[in-house]
Design a protein around this ligand. Structure first.
Ligand SMILES: Cc1cc2nc3c(=O)[nH]c(=O)nc-3n(C[C@H](O)[C@H](O)[C@H](O)COP(=O)(O)OP(=O)(O)OC[C@H]3O[C@@H](n4cnc5c(N)ncnc54)[C@H](O)[C@@H]3O)c2cc1C
Length: 181
């Protein structure tokens, strides 16, 4: 994975293979050893994406297969881990009640739990990305107001912290171990 602004990424994609690999090795450093290109490089945006459905009979999407966002908030992996924990919890409960684990009603419980909560974090991260990568006057004012409010209003700061650490909404049982707040 190599992230760069759009114009730079497009230029990188046009590099001849030898130059591309030399630049990649220069940026990664020697710890990866000699890198070998197996397929041509592909370009895709790091932005908010979410599947309309997380589940079908005998199928459940978790992590980046279900959603992705800009890495600025450092949330992708965290959301994926909470998806996995939630799915495990739903399936465990279904098993204990003798239900069919691959059935849509069972898997929909996981979707209902996670899709809405992920959507809130994805939207929050998306707003952060858009406002902080923008120099349009009113947006800069809004950004400053937002930061000022976070600084001055403890409740807002508390809510933002809980949201970004996955403690807002329904927390999977395994994530509650050792939880302080
Ligand atoms: C630059 C950057 C920085 C980030 N920083 C953070 C951060 O600070 N904190 C955070 O929480 N998140 C961060 N993220 C997001 C995080 O990396 C992802 O959300 C997370 O790795 C998703 O995990 P995953 O297991 O769902 O998917 P992936 O990590 O994409 O794993 C999927 C795996 O499946 C394999 N695969 C794909 N297709 C097939 C196939 N057909 N057969 C077999 N295997 C296959 C892939 O090779 C890959 O190994 C960042 C992302 C980027 C791009």
């Amino acid at each position: 994975m190599w992230t760069a602004p759009q114009a730079e990424a497009e230029a990188i994609l046009q590099l001849p293979e030898a130059e591309f690999m030399a630049e990649l090795e220069r940026r990664y450093g020697p710890q990866m050893g000699r890198l070998k290109r197996l397929t041509p490089p592909a370009l895709f945006p790091v932005q908010l994406m979410q599947c309309d459905r997380y589940v079908l009979p005998r199928l459940a999407l978790v992590g980046d297969a279900a959603h992705s966002c800009h890495p600025v908030g450092g949330q992708g992996l965290n959301m994926g881990i909470r998806d996995a924990a939630a799915l495990a919890e739903v399936l465990t409960a279904a098993y204990q009640h003798g239900e069919n684990l691959g059935s849509l009603p069972v898997l929909r419980r996981y979707e209902r739990w996670r899709r809405w909560e992920n959507w809130i974090i994805l939207s929050f991260t998306d707003v952060l990305t858009r406002t902080f990568s923008n120099q349009i006057g009113p947006i800069v004012v809004l950004r400053r107001l937002g930061l000022w409010s976070l600084n001055r209003v403890p409740l807002l700061r508390h809510l933002a912290l809980r949201l970004m650490t996955g403690r807002l909404g329904r927390v999977p049982q395994v994530a509650r171990v050792g939880q302080q707040v």
